[in-house]
Structure formats: C-alpha cells, structure tokens
Design a protein around this ligand. Sequence first.
Ligand code: NAP
Ligand code: GDD
Length: 344
Amino acid sequence: MGKRALITGITGQDGAYLSNLLLNKGYEVYGAVRRTSSINTGRLSELGILENINIVTMDLSEITNIQRVIEKIEPDEIYNLAAQSFVQTSFDQPIYTSEIDAIGVSRILEVIRTMGGKSKFYQASTSEMFGKVQDSPQNEKTAFYPRSPYGVSKLYGHWMTVNYREAWNIHACSGILFNHESPLRGIEFVTRKISLGVAEIAKGKKEVISLGNLNAERDWGFAGDYVEAMWLMLQQKSPKDFIIATGETHSVRHFAEKAFSVIDVDIEWDSNDDVELGKCKKSGKALIKVNKEYNRPAETDHLLGDATLAKNEIGWEPKINFNALVEMMVKKDLLRVEQGPVWF
Ligand code: NAP
Ligand code: GDD
C-alpha cells in the first residue's frame, strides 16, 4: 500500500500542486480544509484531482480537531501548508496571524509528539523571515530579521520545528521557500494581480493596474517546482532545513514590464507628477498607476536565495525560469478572461 499524507492548506496554491505530485507518486492523500460557508476547492478541481483526495475538516486554531484527524489517519507524512499567508493582512491581523502561523505549528507538533513522533513533518517556512536582509544572497546560515507579523510568526514556527527535531527526535524539516508563483496563485499577490490585470487590459475589461512598491525585489520561482522540494526533504534519512530558490532576483517593476511584453506592449515609466505611471510606449496610455495605499508599514526590499545546499544534498533544482513563469501566468489568465469568470 502507498504512503498516507496529510496536507494542511490543501485548498491553497501549494496544496493543489503538492496533492497532484503525491497522487502521481501513489500516495493516499488527505486534505485538511477549514470550515467555510462556500466551497473553495476550485484549485483542486482545476487540476482534476478533487475526486482523488480525502477531504477532512480541520482548523489550525483548535488542537482537539488536529488530534482527532491525526489519530484517525495516522499519516506517514504531514505537510503543514496552512497559514494566513498574505503579508499585508498580517499588519492588520497580527494576533490572528500568530495564532495560525505560529501557535498552529506548535499544536501539530505537540500532537505528533504525544502520538509517539511517528509522522514525518514538513513546515512551510519562508524567505520573509529574512526580511531586512543581513546578507545577500541568503542561505541556511543567514541571520533572520523578519519585517512583518507574518514573518515573525513564521520564524516561531521555524524554530519550533527545529526544536521538536532536536528535543524529541521527530523527523521534522523546515523548507525556507522563496516566493513561488503559478496560474493558481491567489489574486491578491503581486504577480497574479499583474498577470490577471494584463489579461483584463488586453481583453478590454480593465483600464489600469494599481500597484504599490515597484522597486521591491523578489526571487520568484514556479510553485510546481517548489512542491517537489517539499517532498524530497521528507524522503531524506535525516531531517534538515533547506533554502529553496532560483538564485535570480527581479523587481516588481520588471515583472510588470515582462508581463506586458507577453501581449506585445512596451512600458515606459513617467514619474514627473506625484504619481508614477507605467505608460504604453506606443499609445501613451497609462496602464500602471502607483498607489501608495499598497505600501507596507515595513517592507522586505530585496530577496535572493542561494539553494546550493538543496542542489547538492537532495538533488533539487528549479526547472521553470522567470520568463517562462511570467508567460505561463499571463497566457493562462488570457484564457480565463476569455472563457469566463475568474473565481480565484
Ligand atoms: P495560500 O494559497 O494562501 O494557501 C493557504 C492555505 O492555508 C489555504 O488552504 C487556507 O485555507 C489555509 N488556511 C488558512 N488559515 C487556516 C486555518 N486557520 N486552518 C486551516 N487552514 C487554514 O498559500 P500558498 O501560497 O499555497 O503557501 C502555502 C504555505 O507556504 C503557506 O504556509 C505560506 O505561508 C507558505 N509560503 C508560501 C510561499 C509562496 O511564495 N507561495 C513562500 C514561502 C512560504 P482557505 O482556502 O480556507 O483560505
Ligand atoms: N500584494 C501586492 N500588491 N504586493 C505589491 C503590490 C500590490 O499591489 N505592489 C507592490 N507590491 C510588492 C510588495 O510590497 C512586496 O514587496 C512584493 O510586491 C511582493 O508582494 P506579495 O506578492 O504580496 O508577496 P510577499 O513577498 O509579500 O509574500 C509572499 O512571499 C513570501 C515568501 O517570501 C507570500 O506568498 C508569503 O506567504 C511568502 O511567505
């Protein structure tokens, strides 16, 4: 019989890609879903895998349901992907974010420990823990300096994972993943906001995309590549933490230029007035407008990851590069805008 995996956050971007990967490897996949008033399994449906997943109800805020679910399933592997994952929201909901992204991790680890530590555990850590970066590129030895309640909460989850490994000998790993995107990315994140905006402009359904800090730099990879790293980490004899990144960084400004180039529009920037604009070179029409409301109270200005250790020790490397990623996202959104409502 195949292995059993429990994935929290299965309705999110990574949950969908990871489920697909594990099903293809013959796993029995259990997906933890929190109770909501409407169905939000659309990503799993889009990949055509919803029917193959055993959906269980579980919220990270409540230890009793975590215990019941883990006792019932007895998973070989637990992937903790559930989180309040939007950095901007974490400034307005810092307590809730800590409750899920920090204490939620302790709840799962504590259940694993009291059950004898049999399930392997993967924690979805993040490059946002580097925040105000102390060194560049960032690797496993770089000091953390989180810049958001989200980053601070995730750092707690990260250290708890390390601590349960060292104190209780649990096979627990923390994957420090840099930003990863895809056509299944939530529309509030900047890459998808841009790809969808470009598609809507191309189809005459939108005039302008409003963005915040255009100069922020991120190391953007493809989510489909990154879930492979999660799985690889749990297949190693000894648990260890790894940086997962492409080793390339690009600004939001560059991402936007690249996305417009997919629909053959060249952007030129005009910062003569108070408001910076990205204009179509040919027509002069404003297509991007900077709106300071999207700026964060504290920003992570620059992220660039060094995934050499993952390459050498677990044989992981990204397959999709920056240009291919942008093109994939814009082309998928062009189809969606053409064919019908975009639900996520
Ligand atoms: P995502 O699309 O926002 O998905 C987050 C998932 O967590 C959703 O399934 C959500 O359920 C679930 N969730 C939120 N609160 C919950 C709660 N209280 N109880 C149970 N489930 C809850 O995020 P993602 O991009 O797939 O990222 C997956 C994980 O990796 C997250 O932990 C994120 O912080 C981390 N991460 C992401 C990146 C990245 O660039 N994508 C990089 C580093 C780390 P609903 O559908 O009900 O909202
Ligand atoms: N969301 C958003 N919307 N971001 C904008 C906008 C905008 O209109 N304009 C500029 N940005 C800038 C943000 O200020 C930030 O510097 C950058 O674009 C990326 O923002 P997001 O796409 O929201 O991602 P993030 O880097 O804050 O967080 C994502 O990556 C982390 C890993 O580093 C999330 O997926 C986190 O969950 C993840 O841990």
